[in-house]
Design a protein around this ligand. Structure first.
Ligand code: MG
Length: 287
């Protein structure tokens, strides 16, 4: 009898022990599910250090401690007002936004056009054409005088296939987390240099984008790649995307068609655009 009581007492203790060990785990998971990221500022850069770590384990997504791209003053001119090659698909030549649609509604693009310039407003726009591997030329101008700071200053972006962003931001005398600066693959790879011109001056992006490839079962065969110059300065060198662009979380791939519309972001700032054209890049023939 005495032995039975001891066994029962031990069992009760084990059960109690299990339940007290399990409780905090449940609470932690629940807390994590509702947790909001807390913005921190380090050396004048606002960002986050409670976001997931990048796959290389060095930096958090939007980490303010991640080194800033080195500032490189671009040459006076590079490809401003470059006339499109004969096989280019001209997406904006200063006249109208007939090559674009409002991303949300599929109706007319809500950006304004005046004096040959399109200005971001109201919502993202997507191209009526769909693209895979492309060469892109695009010119943008940040508003002057600049307003706000960090991600709030002249934010827009080019989304290849509507999914893979290269950031547009006024990073001239404006610090932000390194993976969110102009020329950066947002949330993943900072620009190799900060080659921003002052607001009010036209900047040029010349990009070569390779679409990701997926197997029939949806598995990723090869990632998306980007080579890009900003004002004639290389800011991405055949850099692989870690997935579709995300905010405060890691990039993630999901299988999608081989061609999708190009998108331009409206991020509550009026950014000017002109001279946008694209060339489809042919696949290299197998030997
Ligand atoms: Mg953006």
């Amino acid at each position: 009898m005495k032995n039975k009581i001891v066994v029962l007492t031990l069992l009760a203790a084990v059960v109690a022990g299990c339940s007290t060990q399990k409780e905090p785990v449940k609470t932690t998971q629940a807390a994590a599910a509702v947790r909001k990221n807390v913005e921190v500022t380090i050396d004048g850069v606002a960002g986050f250090q409670d976001t997931p770590l990048q796959p290389d384990g060095k930096w958090h997504v939007h980490d303010p401690a991640r080194p800033q791209p080195v500032i490189v003053t671009p040459g006076k001119t590079f490809s401003q007002e470059a006339t499109p090659p004969s096989d280019a698909v001209v997406l904006f030549d200063g006249k109208d936004l007939s090559q674009w649609r409002d991303k949300k509604t599929g109706g007319d693009a809500q950006w304004t056009v005046a004096d040959g310039i399109a200005t971001s407003a109201k919502g993202d726009i997507i191209s009526t054409n769909q693209f895979g591997d492309i060469q892109l030329h695009l010119e943008f101008k940040e508003p002057t005088p600049p307003k706000e700071s960090g991600q709030g200053r002249g934010n827009s972006g080019i989304y290849f296939m509507g999914l893979y962003e290269i950031q547009i931001l006024d990073c001239y005398n404006n610090k932000t987390y390194a993976d969110g600066g102009t020329g950066g693959i947002y949330g993943q790879h900072p620009a190799l240099a900060n080659a921003c011109r002052p607001p009010g001056e036209w900047s040029t992006y010349d990009c070569i984008f390779t679409a990701p490839r997926f197997a029939a079962d949806g598995k990723l065969i090869s990632p998306a790649y980007l080579t890009a110059t900003l004002n004639g300065v290389v800011v991405q060198n055949h850099q692989a995307y870690r997935g579709a662009t995300n905010w405060k979380s890691l990039g993630k791939y999901s299988a999608h068609p081989a061609e999708l519309p190009l998108a331009l972001q409206y991020h509550n700032n009026s950014v000017s655009f002109r001279n946008i054209w694209v060339r489809n890049v042919p696949l290299v023939n197998e030997p």
